[in-house]
Ligand binder design. Structure first.
Ligand SMILES: Nc1ncnc2c1ncn2[C@@H]1O[C@H](COP(=O)(O)OP(=O)(O)OP(=O)(O)O)[C@@H](O)[C@H]1O
Ligand SMILES: [Mg+2]
Ligand SMILES: [Zn+2]
Length: 332
């Protein structure tokens, strides 16, 4: 994971790349236009000369500075107009020869006075999120590869449902959730035994949300606990930074609640993350294969009832698909 300093250095390199790129573009546009119409080159040199003319005149104390300034401004405008006319003839836009920054507020320097520009802040955020995702190995799955044929069409004791029908409804809920996802969507609490597709469907939602331009952080609970609890082991800043990122992202997916190493540190880190998401009104998808009873034994009743109340509970049923696949059982 990158430190704050490394993230900053990366952002600065990106800004420098943007500045170089726009200079290069301006340079090649100018070469192109001048080769097509040498008159443009001559007029641009003339523009360059006027400021020299002005300072020379001012230094020599000739004439009224204000009048001189106005006169030169007039001259410049006329030269500009002639350049525009020539560009028109070439079918090129009037701003073809001007320097174009990605961010016009700071000209890609990242600062307005002493203050960080919004483009730099956005860049820092983007780099930090990409880094977090990279280290949590976000490998996406899709709805297309989710096969409902693995769920039995026979009535099952567990949950008193037909798994195929129940899972069909659940699957379609996830598809429409992903298609209409927004940062103000509700969260989802996926429960059920191992191998039933909880991780598969949450990653399919993640893929769709990312496709639609949203920021998604996917992490196992044990991983997030390790990062956030940096603050409990003296690396407070790093933990705080992760918590801030995790709080702000459009969608957070916490996989495998209950699989993390059990300690008071980890429990309070889990609370911190869940509570900060709820407070920020941002959606979280949480997966667990613990039963409600096991959850309550491990976490406080308050947080567990919060999870059921704040998130849409989806209970997965059926036979372990991981096992069915390993045994080479075809879907029906
Ligand atoms: N309906 C399905 N169609 C195709 N593949 C599936 C389906 N359900 C699960 N799988 C596959 O089976 C494996 C296990 O599924 P997954 O990891 O989603 O289970 P899980 O409910 O998250 O289990 P755990 O509680 O152990 O984490 C994965 O490789 C997944 O892609
Ligand atoms: Mg899983
Ligand atoms: Zn900017």
């Amino acid at each position: 994971m990158l430190s704050k300093k490394e993230i900053y250095a990366q952002a600065m390199r990106e800004l420098e790349r943007r500045r170089q790129q726009s200079s290069q573009t301006q340079h090649s546009h100018t070469l192109e236009a001048v080769s097509l119409s040498p008159e443009i080159g001559r007029l641009r040199r003339e523009l360059g000369k006027t400021s020299i003319k002005l300072s020379k005149a001012l230094l020599a104390g000739e004439g009224n500075p204000q009048e001189l300034f106005e006169q030169i401004k007039e001259e410049n405008l006329r030269t500009q107009e002639r350049i525009h006319l020539l560009l028109d003839r070439l079918g090129l836009p009037h701003d073809y020869l001007s320097h174009k920054s990605v961010c016009s507020k700071c000209n890609d320097y990242g600062y307005i006075g002493q203050k960080q520009c919004s483009c730099l802040k956005k860049l820092l955020h983007k780099i930090a999120i990409a880094d977090l995702q990279e280290s949590s190995q976000l490998t996406l799955s899709s709805f297309d590869t989710f096969d409902l044929g693995y769920y039995s069409r026979q009535y099952s004791e567990e949950g008193h449902v037909v798994p195929y029908e129940h899972m069909s409804r659940l699957f379609h809920y996830c598809v429409s959730y992903a298609n209409s996802f927004s940062p103000s969507s509700q969260g989802i609490f996926m429960t059920g035994k191992t191998g039933l597709g909880k991780t598969h469907l949450s990653l399919a939602i993640a893929a769709k949300a990312i496709d639609r331009g949203y920021n998604v952080i996917y992490s196992s609970v044990s991983d997030i606990v390790r990062r956030v609890s940096g603050q409990y082991f003296g690396r407070k800043q790093e933990g705080d930074d992760v918590l801030e990122l995790v709080t702000k992202t459009d969608l957070l997916i916490l996989d495998d609640l209950g699989a993390e190493f059990e300690s008071s540190f980890s429990t309070s880190a889990v609370y911190d993350v869940i509570n900060s998401r709820i407070a920020a009104g941002r959606p979280t998808i949480i997966n667990t294969n613990l039963t409600p009873g096991e959850l309550e034994k491990r976490y406080s009743e308050r947080i567990v009832s919060r999870l059921y109340a704040q998130l849409v509970p989806l209970h997965f049923v059926g036979q372990d698909v991981r096992m069915l696949k390993a045994e080479g059982q075809p879907s029906k």
